[in-house]
Ligand binder design. Sequence first.
Ligand code: FAD
Length: 291
Amino acid sequence: PTIRELLGSGDRSFSFEFFPPKTPEAEEVLWRSIREIEQLRPTFVSITYGAGGTTRDGTIRVTERVAQDTSLTPLGHLTCVAHSRDELRSVIGAYAGAGVRNVLALRGDPPGGPTKPWVAHPEGLNHAIELVELVRELGDFCVGVAAFPDKHPEASDLDFDARMLAAKAKAGADYAITQMFFGADDYFQLVDRAAAYGCDIPILPGVMPVTNIKQIKRMAELTGMALPTAVTDRLHAVEEDPAAVRAAGIEIASELCDRLLEGGAPGIHFITLNRSTATRQVYLNLQGTTV
Ligand code: FAD
């Protein structure tokens, strides 16, 4: 099924994001996690698209295996980074050949990370909206896009960013998934701002439980944004005790998911970092059970 159809069913959507592994050991961890997540019968699972050549092949390979060997619906991410238009066409063709009809159309970040200036490939695309159009042109795909409750680092203001999201929806995006964030109100304000520009596609909030102190810095590098002190204070208060940090991270994420769902979010997209235990625990907290 397409994610458009799944989101249209009226049921809350629960999805889980993985990245393509770089070593045989990481591959094993990934598949163990995917099998555990499969038991929860999520709406879909997504596989990120990396900056380097090897992980790019890995994205297609993992997505294809999910499509063929599991009962899960895969969503393949795709970015414009370092690709010509022709290369993008061939990756989209590879997704179609692998039986993958759900694609998340992203611009991507420059190789140095989200704080570096964006440079398009000379024969490539400059913005995700062009990739939405390209994927749409090439066949019967269901297309998702990114959204940013805390504002994209390059956007001049929140309103501009919401206008760009509305433009992506108008160009054919069926739904959006947000960058990870911690303030439920920031998510609801994004939904309202986008609606003011006529954008009524489902916007799935992206949630990642922080399970160790090192991740605080890593997440700021990945998203280009610092974590709010309300979150870091709770984690630092127990930093001598790794189990307590983990428990606090799971609790913070569970509270956020509760507020989002109570406020009408259409579901939750969990960022797993390929380890299933923390996100599974948050998911089960929402259902009132434990791992
Ligand atoms: P765009 O929509 O092109 O937006 C980029 C910036 O340009 C924004 O500031 C926007 O406001 C502005 N803008 C947009 N359209 C226009 C326009 N027409 N004219 C002028 N300005 C415009 N990165 C990866 O490398 N691999 C992944 O797998 C990956 N998965 C992600 C999944 C999710 C759910 C999210 C939220 C992000 C993901 N990213 C991934 C990161 C993402 O690629 C970066 O955040 C990137 O900087 C922005 O991508 P975008 O698709 O939002 O780009």
